[in-house]
Design a binder for this molecule. Structure first.
Ligand code: C5P
Length: 234
């Protein structure tokens, strides 16, 4: 599984994301791009097609969670969009995850990488117990969901770089860890809580880092992206 830096393109329009990606036109390395709900719901499949046509790899971050048949059919539609990675909520259960794999697998046997969200990082341990009525400690729940995803045939999980090593220990070194919460320094943490630098994420064994504002809001986004690549890959 190749290591890569994924830029979270959290923009609300086609024009904004394309102007941003225009900055990278002369780069040898085309950034791997994450398209989330905001951009996808604003612009639909055309934004995926356009970014693909420009030669970028795409992580379509739509976090599916529904009954198995619905997820299978939705994944089958996504499989035709030629994205490289997509995801779902492990909370949907193993039948849903197995159906997702079926839907995503193309006739020739190929499919995008499929990863699972275990517990959202916005869910606190307190709310896990009091609201979701899940009694076990958060780290145990996260690892259990990761194992469910692995046993259902998924390729990996979204997690903190701080959890990447433990996920690899439990689910194997080829089980992919896709890790947001990346910052160059602690002054720019924003709403992220547990953050690491690209260099530390590499040391901790992350397979892919997802970087949003440290690149998209930088004075020089191309330089910020290059810095991520240098620290995490080179
Ligand atoms: O701007 P920033 O680097 O914080 O962006 C991180 C990206 O990763 C955002 O698109 C965010 O939605 C996503 N993400 C996250 N934490 C998770 C899952 C996804 O920050 N647990």
């Amino acid at each position: 599984m190749g290591k890569d830096v994924i830029i979270a393109c959290d923009f609300d329009s086609f024009d904004k994301v394309i102007s941003f990606l225009d900055l990278f036109e002369k780069e040898d390395r085309k950034p791997f791009v994450k398209i989330g709900m905001e951009l996808y719901y604003a612009e639909g499949a055309r934004v995926v097609r356009e970014i693909r046509a420009r030669g970028h790899k795409i992580f379509l971050d739509l976090k599916l969670h529904d009954i198995p048949t619905t997820v299978q059919k939705a994944m089958s539609v996504l499989s035709r969009m030629d994205v490289d990675m997509c995801n779902l909520h492990a909370a949907g259960g193993s039948a849903m995850m197995e159906a997702a794999i079926k839907g995503l697998t193309r006739e020739d046997g190929t499919r995008p990488i499929l990863i699972a969200v275990t517990q959202l990082t916005s869910t606190s341990e307190e709310r896990l117990h009091s609201e979701l009525l899940i009694d076990r400690p958060m780290p145990e729940v996260v690892m259990h969901y990761a194992e469910n995803a692995k046993n259902s045939g998924l390729d990996g999980v979204v997690c903190s770089p701080l959890e990447a090593g433990k996920v690899h220990d439990r689910c194997g070194k080829n089980f992919v860890t896709v890790t947001p919460g990346i910052r160059f320094d602690s002054a720019t943490v924003g709403d992220q809580v547990r953050v690491t630098t690209p260099a530390l994420a590499k040391e901790l064994g992350s397979d892919y880092i997802v970087v949003g504002r440290p690149v998209t809001a930088a004075d020089d986004p191309v330089a910020a992206y290059r810095r991520c690549v240098e620290e995490f890959i080179d």
